[in-house]
Structure formats: C-alpha cells, structure tokens
Design a protein around this ligand. Structure first.
Ligand SMILES: *[C@@H]1O[C@H](CO)[C@@H](O)[C@H](O)[C@H]1NC(C)=O
Ligand SMILES: *[C@@H]1O[C@H](CO)[C@@H](O)[C@H](O)[C@H]1NC(C)=O
Ligand SMILES: *[C@@H]1O[C@H](CO)[C@@H](O)[C@H](O)[C@H]1NC(C)=O
Ligand SMILES: *[C@@H]1O[C@H](CO)[C@@H](O)[C@H](O)[C@H]1NC(C)=O
Ligand SMILES: *[C@@H]1O[C@H](CO)[C@@H](O)[C@H](O)[C@H]1NC(C)=O
Ligand SMILES: *[C@@H]1O[C@H](CO)[C@@H](O)[C@H](O)[C@H]1NC(C)=O
Ligand SMILES: *[C@@H]1O[C@H](CO)[C@@H](O)[C@H](O)[C@H]1NC(C)=O
Ligand SMILES: *[C@@H]1O[C@H](CO)[C@@H](O)[C@H](O)[C@H]1NC(C)=O
Ligand SMILES: *[C@@H]1O[C@H](CO)[C@@H](O)[C@H](O)[C@H]1NC(C)=O
Ligand SMILES: *[C@@H]1O[C@H](CO)[C@@H](O)[C@H](O)[C@H]1NC(C)=O
Ligand SMILES: *[C@@H]1O[C@H](CO)[C@@H](O)[C@H](O)[C@H]1NC(C)=O
Ligand SMILES: *[C@@H]1O[C@H](CO)[C@@H](O)[C@H](O)[C@H]1NC(C)=O
Length: 437
C-alpha cells in the first residue's frame, strides 16, 4: 500500500519545474493530496475492517474470555498476595510475641489476649491451606501443647473448615500432645495419623474422617461428633465422657477393624452409632445411650453393656435385638409365684392366674368385682435419667387390660409435688398401648 505516497511525490516533482504559476497548483495539489491521504487510509481501514469483520466476532469473544481470565488471575493473584501478606504479618507478630515472652506467652496476660485475638482473626481471613500452616506453626512453637506448667493457647470458638491435619503433623503421620479444645471443625481429615496425648475436649466435629488413625490417651470429653467416620481407627485409653455422636461409624473396612480398648463412653450419646465388627476391650458404656446402636459382629463382652442408660433396639454382636428392662417391677404377672411381688395392693384382692382366652398368658386377676381393688408401685427415675444431660426422654408404657380397669400415672418430683397426672382406661379393645413422653 505504498501507492498514495508515490503519486504525491510524482506530482510534486512535476510542479517544481513549472515555476511561479505552479504555486497555486501546488497549494491545490497539496490540498488534494492531503485529502487523498486520509481518504486512502480511510479506504484502507474500511477494507481491512471489512476483511477482518468475520474474524473480529470470534476475536471479541476470545478477548472477552481472555480479559475475564486475566481479571480472575489478577484477583486470584491479589487474593494470594493479600493472604500471603496477612500470613507473613501474623507469623512476624507472633514471632515477636514469642520472643518477647521467651516462648511462654502464657505467662503474660496481655500477650495471651493478643495471641488469641490475632489467631482467631487470621483463621477468618485465610484459606484452609494457610490455616493448616498456622496450626502447624503454633504447634511447633509449643503453643498448642497442654502441660500443667505451660497451658496451650486458648482457641475456643474458632471455626476451622477443610483442615487436613496430616499437613500439620510430623511426616504426615504423628500428632502428639496437640490440644485443640472447644473449637468447631468441619470437614476435618485425620486419616492414618497416630495421635497420642491429644485433647479435643468440647470440640465439635462436623464431617470428619479418622479412618485408620491410631489414637492413644486422648481426651474427647463432651466433644460432639457429627457425620464422622472411625472406620478401622484404633483407640486406647481414650475418654469420650459426655460426648455426643450423630451419624458415626466405628465399623470395619476391608482389611482392618476399629479397636477400642480402655475407652470411656460414660454418659455419651451413641444413638444409632455403628460398631460393626469392632473390637471392644474394657470399654465403659455406663450411663451411655445405646438406643439403636449396632454392635453386629463386634468382639465384646455382654458385661460391657451393663449399666447403660438405654439398650432399646440395640443390635448385639450375634444380631439379636435387645430392649431395655421393664422399669416396672413385676409388670408382667408371674404365675410361678403365688403372691404379687413388687406391687402394693391398697384395697381389695388381686391374684395372678393364666388367662382363660390364651393359656400362655399370665394375668392379674381381680377377686371380687363388687369390692374392686387397687394396686400401685413407685418407679424411681432419678437414678436412671438426668434431665440436665437428657433433656428429651421417653418412657413407653404397654398394657393389656380389660373393661373396667383404669391406670393412673403420676409424675412425682423430689419435693413430693405432682408434676403430671394422666388416667388411662380400657375403652373398646383388649389391648392398649400408651406412649408417655
Ligand atoms: C514451658 O515452655 C518453655 C518455653 O517453651 C520451656 O522452656 C519450658 O521447658 C516449658 N515447661 C515445661 C514443663 O514443658
Ligand atoms: C474437605 O477438605 C479437603 C481438604 O482437607 C478438601 O480437599 C475437600 O474439597 C473438602 N471437601 C468439601 C466437601 O469441602
Ligand atoms: C506429651 O504429653 C505426655 C503426657 O502429658 C508427656 O509425658 C510427654 O512428655 C509429652 N510429650 C511431648 C513431646 O511434649
Ligand atoms: C451436623 O453436620 C451437618 C453438616 O455436616 C450440619 O448441617 C448439622 O447442623 C450438624 N448437626 C449438629 C448437631 O451439629
Ligand atoms: C475416610 O478415609 C478413608 C481413607 O482414605 C476412605 O477410604 C473413606 O472412604 C473415607 N470415609 C468417608 C466417610 O469419607
Ligand atoms: C478431659 O477434658 C475435660 C474437659 O476439659 C476435663 O474436665 C478432664 O479433666 C480431662 N480429662 C483428663 C483425663 O485429662
Ligand atoms: C457426610 O460426610 C460425607 C463424607 O465423609 C460427605 O460426603 C457428606 O456430604 C456429609 N454429609 C453431610 C450432611 O454433611
Ligand atoms: C459431664 O457432664 C456433667 C454434667 O454436665 C458434668 O458434671 C461433668 O463434669 C462432665 N464430665 C466430663 C468429664 O466432662
Ligand atoms: C460404616 O462404614 C463401613 C466401612 O466404611 C461401611 O461398610 C458401612 O456401610 C457403614 N455403615 C453405616 C451405617 O454407615
Ligand atoms: C476378641 O478380642 C480378644 C482381645 O481383645 C482376642 O483375644 C480374641 O481372639 C478376639 N476374638 C475374636 C473372635 O476375634
Ligand atoms: C445373642 O447373645 C446374647 C448375649 O450374649 C445371648 O443372650 C443370646 O442368647 C444370643 N442369641 C442367639 C440367637 O444366639
Ligand atoms: C385373695 O384371694 C385368694 C383367692 O381367693 C385367697 O386365697 C387369698 O387369701 C385372698 N387374700 C386376701 C388378702 O384376702
């Protein structure tokens, strides 16, 4: 496209040989040539534009995507830069605090507060990967190790998501003497880690995987486990007192079994927990709620289930379903003994005898219809059920009674006042089942 320039030069050389007269011409030509230049350029651009039009559409789309990507990369870079900056600043600040206090932040009240506030703050600002490094830093600086002399840094109420504790451990394997109490952990990974002397008391686990981990001398008192897998985890000497379990699985995997020895589940809520094929050795379930807990195939002794709060619908190792003992003493009439034990007959005469209608059933029999009779017994619930620990409990009363019989249930408090009263009576059917909550 050198053509326009060549034309102009040619014209000028012609004009110069024509002397004065040519001045007008020259001016005129200049005018034309100056018109010509943008005009040809205009054509040029139009032609180019025209030729590029179809390509441009695609290019515009590509450009838009590229610039979006660039913006994303830039904001990603900004976020990374920001997080790295915050991370470095935190390490610097904490390093200073540690230095000033000779590694014992705990000896200085102001330093404790500063360390706690800054750490909770940094957890909120950083992503999971950097938070893992914060935990590792604090752990290696001995700030997350609890000893009677040096208490660990109080991180209670901290909320940590997606933490893979393998990244905080030594060689992705060992995590000893870690204390992380009263925090919220969601989607936490402890797969295959060996943990000794760890303290997670009061900590809430929402979705956690302890699969193949080895846990010794740990304290999980009052911890909450929700959607947690303990598949093939081995535990020894571990305390789960007052702990709550929801959707928890202590089962086997293909190769290994969960092993629990000397563990204490005192007062814990293991409703619906699965201990399928687990090995339980000296495990204490006293006062624990084992409602619908599954022990199928587990290696355990029956005595380990003594003193539980409830074994209603619990599945024993041999697959048998069990239920709680009747709270009412001699609630089912016993025809092998002559007198009615467990009950106080306050008026009239009641005996027990095999029923006329079905001779396998032993029943309480009223001797005189005209005088009638009353019998009663007290059931002590206070040593069974603690309303502070178990705010919702249910007692189920099933009874078969004939027409004319009625039953009165009274809730009596420690101070002898009556808290509730309900009268149940047979109306139409031979069998009545009452549910009292
Ligand atoms: C407490 O921490 C300090 C500083 O890390 C250390 O020198 C001291 O030995 C610790 N005390 C105990 C009993 O661990
Ligand atoms: C759980 O955390 C891991 C990192 O430990 C992460 O890779 C994974 O995406 C997280 N899962 C969910 C559902 O967020
Ligand atoms: C871990 O804690 C136990 C019991 O408190 C103690 O005997 C052991 O020395 C501690 N280990 C380390 C590395 O602090
Ligand atoms: C259990 O975890 C799920 C999510 O993992 C959550 O929605 C639910 O509120 C948790 N329940 C309790 C009792 O914390
Ligand atoms: C827990 O981790 C183990 C080992 O990586 C894996 O096989 C298992 O599927 C995980 N369990 C859950 C419930 O995510
Ligand atoms: C376990 O933690 C609970 C709650 O912090 C505490 O009361 C208890 O003394 C601890 N048990 C042991 C053996 O350290
Ligand atoms: C329970 O955990 C599994 C993986 O372990 C996860 O896929 C699932 O989303 C979790 N359920 C809830 C309700 O969080
Ligand atoms: C269990 O809970 C009861 C009642 O809240 C409390 O008195 C007891 O100290 C707790 N035990 C542990 C080991 O946390
Ligand atoms: C418990 O975990 C085992 C092994 O991961 C699995 O086979 C089983 O179905 C799980 N049981 C329940 C009730 O989640
Ligand atoms: C049950 O566990 C004990 C050790 O606690 C072991 O000696 C025994 O062989 C186990 N039984 C079965 C059937 O696995
Ligand atoms: C199952 O085990 C329980 C307790 O050991 C025992 O009382 C019961 O008879 C067993 N049931 C069967 C069908 O073997
Ligand atoms: C109640 O009736 C039975 C059978 O008639 C009788 O043997 C028994 O002596 C009576 N008991 C009382 C306390 O009256």
């Amino acid at each position: 496209m050198a053509a326009p320039e060549q034309i102009i030069q040619m014209d000028e050389s012609v004009i110069e040989t024509r002397g004065q007269k040519s001045v007008k011409f020259r001016g005129g030509l200049r005018f034309i040539s100056s018109l010509l230049l943008p005009l040809t350029l205009g054509i040029f651009t139009i032609v180019i534009t025209f030729q590029q039009q179809s390509a441009a559409k695609q290019q515009r789309i590509d450009d838009r995507e590229a610039s979006q990507q660039q913006r994303d990369q830039a904001s990603d870079l900004d976020s990374k830069r920001y997080q790295n900056g915050r991370f470095d600043a935190y390490i610097k600040e904490m390093g200073k605090l540690l230095k000033e206090n000779h590694g014992e932040i705990i000896s200085n009240k102001v330093a404790i507060t500063l360390a706690r506030v800054q750490t909770l703050n940094i957890f909120r600002q950083l992503d999971a990967q950097r938070n893992v490094h914060i935990i590792r830093f604090l752990y290696e600086a001995k700030q997350l190790t609890d000893t009677p002399e040096n208490r660990s840094l109080d991180l209670s109420t901290a909320e940590l998501s997606d933490i893979d504790f393998r990244e905080s451990s030594i060689n992705k394997k060992l995590l000893n003497n870690l204390s992380l109490t009263d925090v919220f952990l969601s989607n936490a990974t402890f797969i295959g880690i060996t943990m000794t002397h760890v303290n997670f008391a009061l900590t809430q686990f929402n979705t956690a995987n302890f699969s193949l981990a080895e846990i010794n001398d740990a304290n999980f008192s009052s911890a909450g486990f929700n959607n947690t897998s303990f598949a093939s985890t081995s535990f020894s000497n571990t305390i789960f007192a007052n702990a709550t379990f929801k959707d928890v699985n202590f089962s086997l995997t293909k190769f290994n079994y969960a092993v629990l020895s000397d563990c204490n589940f005192w007062h814990s809520n293991l409703k619906d927990a699965v201990f399928q094929a687990a090995t339980l050795n000296q495990v204490n379930f006293s006062r624990a709620n084992l409602h619908k807990t599954n022990f199928i195939g587990a290696n355990m002794t029956k005595s380990e289930l003594d003193n539980t709060l409830s074994i209603q619908d619990t599945v024993l190792p041999n697959g048998t379903h069990v239920h709680d003992e009747n709270l009412i003493n001699n609630g089912q009439a016993d025809c092998n003994i002559f007198h009615i034990s467990g009950w106080t007959v306050s008026n009239g005469n009641i005996t027990s005898a095999i029923s006329n209608s079905s001779n396998s059933n032993c029943q309480f029999i009223l001797q005189s219809l005209s005088t009638g009779a009353t019998m009663y017994q007290h059931v002590r619930l206070s040593d069974k059920w603690n309303s502070n620990l178990w705010t919702f409990s249910e007692a189920v009363l099933s009874a078969k009674m004939s027409v004319g019989v009625s039953m009165e249930l009274k809730g009596i408090k420690n101070d002898h006042s009556v808290s509730s009263k309900e009268t149940l009576s047979k109306l139409q059917y031979a069998t009545n089942e009452f549910h009292i909550s």
